[in-house]
Design a protein around this ligand. Structure first.
Ligand code: SF4
Length: 383
């Protein structure tokens, strides 16, 4: 689970250029396996184990905080209790159930993976990393996590939490979102899991340690089972390891959204099937190049507000407009007349919900969407 790093933008030397290794992997594996049972958080996907629950939770956790996933996970598996139930659901229903978790591409991939599980494996999530990696959207990390944690296969995992723990313990000059660092971490993780008594416990312990003790900003070394053999702790270099990712340049865009209320309905359009928020609904929205006339709408409009929405790679400055006077939603615009009392049946991004709120609508976001405006970045590696 965690920081799904993208391949290398960094400039680290290759790991075989003298990076240190974990000195005593057997002792570290033993310490982690002894520590985890007493420290593991009680999480819904841990209380009842299955391949399907592991699949759902791993996809949800890739880029979203645990605290936000908990409620969403329970609602999701209640609504879609099996891979077959998920596979048979319409995409709009799956996207609506994913609201608030962000990064909707994951919902589509999970949906596609569930269909593949039904078609290729009779509805049972496969048990090996090799078979799992053949499912849509399942990379090395996710396959390893499901295979080891749900089925006990002896395979390694590396995500952002694991990379941080391993690089600190070894004192290696790793960097976040760096391919050389990831290769090094996969090698170290494999050495550890080879020494473990239980790959499931070892891998969850590594992830848990990174999430709760060996945190990015303030590691609690005094309560860490790896403290005795940790190079970063000895050298006092925890804050410098791993080095931060090299940030990609962010671009700014300006969009205008029209909130058109007609009786008890609001106009929504469906976004294209590819790209950001693919297939989701939103108030009609167009890019707004600076300097010229505003967008051409089928009615006169007036501006009622603005807000800024930040995504991974861009900052979007939204201007929100409404019809200037009463007007019927045109039937030929290709928009949906969505009932104001039934908006939770539509998959809306957090930006779309915000647009409606800025226009003055007293909307009730679904619970997961209300939990936060934007998911934090997490990263797993090798997926
Ligand atoms: S001793 Fe500190 S830096 Fe080292 S692994 Fe533990 S928490 Fe992380």
């Amino acid at each position: 689970m965690a920081i799904r790093t993208r391949p290398a933008r960094g400039s680290n030397p290759p790991p075989d250029a003298g990076w240190p290794s974990i000195q005593d992997p057997a002792s570290l594996a033993r310490a982690l396996e002894e520590w985890f049972p007493g420290e593991a958080r009680s999480l819904p996907w841990r209380r009842e184990r299955s391949g399907y629950r592991a699949l759902v939770s791993e996809l949800m956790l890739q880029q979203t905080q645990v605290s936000r996933v908990i409620g969403a996970f329970e609602r999701f598996v209640e609504r879609f209790p099996t891979a077959a139930a998920l596979a048979g659901a319409p995409e709009d229903e799956v996207l609506a159930a994913w609201q608030g978790l962000g990064y909707y591409r994951r919902a589509r991939l999970l949906h596609a993976a569930a269909r593949a599980v039904v078609e290729r494996h009779g509805g049972d999530v496969p048990r090996t990393e090799h078979e799992l990696r053949a499912l849509p959207g399942i990379g090395r990390y996710t396959a390893g996590a499901i295979a080891s944690i749900a089925f006990g296969e002896r395979v390694a995992i590396v995500d952002g939490n694991v990379l941080r723990v391993l690089s600190r313990v070894a004192g290696a000059p790793a960097r976040v979102a760096d391919a050389a660092s990831e290769r090094w971490a996969w090698e170290q993780s494999a050495r550890l899991v080879a020494q473990s008594s239980s790959p499931a416990v070892l891998n969850e312990a590594l992830m848990e340690l990174g999430a709760t003790v060996c945190t990015p900003a303030a590691p609690r070394c005094g309560g860490c089972p790896a403290e005795g053999g940790c190079a970063a702790r000895r050298a006092g270099t925890q804050a410098a390891i791993p080095a931060p990712r090299i940030a990609a340049p962010r671009r700014t865009e300006r969009w205008t959204s029209l909130v058109w209320i007609d009786g008890n309905a609001v106009a929504l359009e469906r976004r294209p099937d590819r790209g950001m928020w693919a297939g989701m609904h939103q108030p009609p929205t167009v890019p707004t190049p600076g300097g010229g006339d505003g967008p051409a709408w089928p009615c006169a409009v007036r501006e009622v507000g603005a807000f800024t929405h930040v995504t991974t790679h861009r900052t979007i400055e939204f201007t929100v407009v409404v019809p200037d006077g009463a007007a019927r939603i045109p039937a030929d615009a290709g928009w949906t007349r969505a009932p104001l009392g039934g908006l939770d049946a539509y998959a809306l991004s957090n930006a779309a919900w915000r647009t409606l709120e800025v226009a003055g609508l007293d909307v009730t976001r679904p619970p997961a969407a209300a939990a936060g405006r934007r998911a934090p970045r997490r990263a797993a590696t090798g997926s």
